[in-house]
Design a protein around this ligand. Structure first.
Ligand code: ADP
Ligand code: MG
Length: 368
């Protein structure tokens, strides 16, 4: 366990009724003061994880710890956790001040104390002077900030945010991404943020948990996950990828497109079928005879910073290339890539399985 762990899930399984498990033996740790993102497609179990942390539901199996105390049965109102919901769940009949003060009034704090806390919280989210505004007179971004002020006014240890930016238009969403990230750093409170948008996750997080079908596929920093996707799901979900079938001949040597290439991967069986990922920006356009592969340019789009070029090799596989150089549709070109640009993945492997495999692999090697 890490020294700073604030929340720990230990083989948590969640079932609703008799349906298959929504979360399947999920284990993870959340460290104090960091920005975490749960990223995955709709229905993968993100909101369920937040509800378990908040205490709205109890796990079917497994344990949840907060500051190393088991909290499976601790009710929501006794946890130092506040949630910002997708629709903000503000009270339309109350003004900004009373929305933020709501929880403090329930706690029956003195008016002078409430006043100070509400003013401080509103100042934190840049809404000083808006105390008497009606909620319906506030823009989407301002409502978002009221919802956050209402969460931070309780001085929780953790703030949970369930897709809070998804209702905003693109420009405002980008602004709020900066704002939320900056706010989290100023407050130093642990944020657990939910999104299905990979760019949002990459931009905002210290750590990302990529989730699919009730399992954490991979966890790590944005660069870890982008550079070293663990399986096809992650490679496909995060950024754009070329995913090609291949064979791991032996350590550091992989075969695809009928050719063998040096790579930096190890720990597979010899001649094991694998999947290869090469990111579009790791492919360099060369003369046809100078590349590792020969392809024909099928189409291209200008994307502002780069060209997105779609090519086909002789076997009919599609190759996506991001290049600042323009290509010509119909041309034969070469594609060059470094050994480091090749990522080899075992079919459908999750992070847990990967860690076990590498562990037993290095034990085997050590024993020899
Ligand atoms: N109260 C519930 N009763 C039955 N099934 C539910 C309930 N809440 C969620 N589910 C199911 O659990 C799965 C995961 O839901 P959820 O955690 O909300 O996913 P996400 O937030 O990632 O979209 C979905 O298949 C959903 O239909
Ligand atoms: Mg959800």
């Amino acid at each position: 366990m890490k020294a700073n762990t604030i929340i720990r899930f230990e083989y948590v399984t969640q079932k609703y009724d008799d349906d298959p498990a929504v979360l399947d033996e999920v284990s993870f740790e959340i460290e104090r003061g960091k920005f975490y993102t749960l990223l995955g497609p709709s229905g993968c179990g993100k909101t369920t994880i937040l509800r378990l942390i908040a205490g709205f539901i109890e796990p079917t199996k497994g344990n949840i710890y907060m500051n190393e105390k088991k909290i499976n049965k601790v009710p929501a109102n006794q946890r130092q956790v506040n949630t910002v919901f997708q629709d903000y769940a503000l009270f339309p009949h109350l003004n900004v001040y009373e929305n933020v003060a709501f929880g403090l009034r329930i706690k029956k704090l003195k008016q002078a104390v409430i006043d100070k806390k509400v003013k401080d919280a509103l100042r934190f989210v840049n809404l000083s002077g808006y105390e008497n505004r009606e909620i319906r007179e506030m823009s989407g971004g301002q409502r978002q900030r009221v919802a956050i002020a209402r969460a931070i006014v309780n001085e929780p240890e953790i703030i949970l945010l369930d897709e809070p930016l998804s209702a905003l238009d693109l420009k405002l969403r980008t602004e709020m991404q900066y704002e939320l990230r900056e706010l989290q750093q100023r407050l130093g409170i642990t944020f657990v943020f939910v999104t299905h948008d990979q760019e949002e996750a990459l931009a905002m997080s210290d750590e990302i948990f990529v989730i699919n079908k009730g399992k954490i596929q991979q966890s790590g920093t944005p660069t870890d996950i982008y550079d070293e996707p663990i399986n096809r799901f992650v490679a496909d979900f995060i950024g754009e990828s070329n995913i090609i079938p291949g064979t791991m001949i032996k350590d550091f040597l992989v075969e695809f497109n009928g050719k063998q290439f040096e790579c930096v991967d190890q720990g597979f069986n010899n001649n094991e079928p694998v999947e290869i990922v090469i990111r579009p920006e790791d492919l360099e356009i060369t003369e046809p005879e100078k590349g590792n592969l020969r392809v024909r340019v099928d189409s291209q789009l200008f994307r502002g910073v780069h060209y997105e070029i779609c090519c086909y090799d002789e076997e009919g596989h599609e190759w996506l290339v991001h290049s600042t150089r323009k290509a010509n549709v119909g041309d034969q070109i070469g594609l060059y890539f470094d050994p480091e640009a090749i990522h080899v993945m075992r079919f459908g492997e999750t992070e847990e399985e990967y860690d076990k495999r590498l562990e037993s692999y290095s034990e085997d090697h050590y024993a020899k």
